[in-house]
Design a protein around this ligand. Sequence first.
Ligand code: NAD
Ligand code: MG
Length: 386
Amino acid sequence: MDEKKTLTILGSTGSIGTQTLDVARMHGYKIKALTANSSAALIERQAREFRPETVCMTDAAAYNDVRTRLADTGIKVVCGKEALCATAALPVDMVINAVVGMVGLEPTLAALNAGNRVGLANKETLVTGGELVKAAEKANGVDIVPIDSEHSAIFQSLMGNSQNKINKIILTASGGPFFGYNKERLRTVTLEQALHHPNWSMGRKITTDSATLMNKGLELIEAVRLFDVTPEQVEVVVHRQSILHSAVEYEDGAVIGQLGVPDMKIPIQFAVTYPKRLPSLSGRLSLFDVGTLTFGRADEETFVCLAEARRAIAKGGTAPTILNGANEAAVAAFLDGKIPFLCIGELVCGCCEALPYSAEVSLDTISEADRAAREYVGAQIQKGSL
Ligand code: NAD
Ligand code: MG
């Protein structure tokens, strides 16, 4: 029997957030707090079912709506970015950070500084503030357990091997919906096509990142941050079936990986139960049904975001924040129908080339780099010079 854990879920209305609540429902976990940006009706349903002490909304209009909806429940409803950090700091067994974007950085730090373990889906946190997060993890003696499927696979492949030297990390990539396309074909792809991922059902931002391969670029940086390896030690391998979720090669040549059906509930649950495993709601892998697993190289000349991410982590400092900020702004514009698909990569590369980065990493330099990157992208779109 698993003891009944208490969780706070940041971003409970999203793809990872709702799946975390599925896991919590199955195992009877208590929910201390739920947070979201908007989606008042959904968070009301979640709050009525899981009875958290606190609900935090970051959007002011949604906050007013949720406060009215939950007026009869005695649940405390709070609003804003500071309240989100205070919510992340409430004492719990684990804070699940399932927020999208670098807005997740400060709540991650607040959770760690309050001594909370963190189950981290929010990769933008590590891309922008990886050094700060790792320092807070160490200073507070608490774990960060990755939820991103590849990083969960690497984390699992490292278990029991703390004394052993890693040769390289094999980071698998599905290749996204546009695998095999050249630039010419990418010129005319639509938003609808970009949002149709072959193997995973996810939020709109990460689905777009998967189509540009920026997701793999962000994950390469995430792996460098989490596992203390060099960027050169991370080998990106396109594996269309998303069955091998990533692997580690040790110095003797042995490769240890984690396989399973593509279902985020497996890494979400493992983050909470680690180092134990429990029964789960997820489907089982039949290698007979899968039949063939294929592996190949990514086309980094066409999918320029991945190559740009490599350059950003090699530069270090705030360069990954500039990459991330430009990408967040460009993807938002793409999702709003303001720019075509190929412009995402052009804007990200243009921004990384144009803006100076700072070697010093602090919350101030990160937020300045993020602001400048978004401003650059906004100005380019306004100019219509794409
Ligand atoms: P999503 O868009 O489905 O959900 C995002 C959540 O964050 C929502 O609850 C939303 O209300 C909240 N949010 C959005 N903007 C916010 C803001 N400004 N302030 C506070 N909260 C805000 O996203 P998702 O697909 O669940 O992804 C969440 C994170 O997990 C991302 O970093 C993503 O890269 C990572 N991730 C997701 C998956 C997946 O399968 N969806 C897999 C691996 C990693
Ligand atoms: Mg992933």
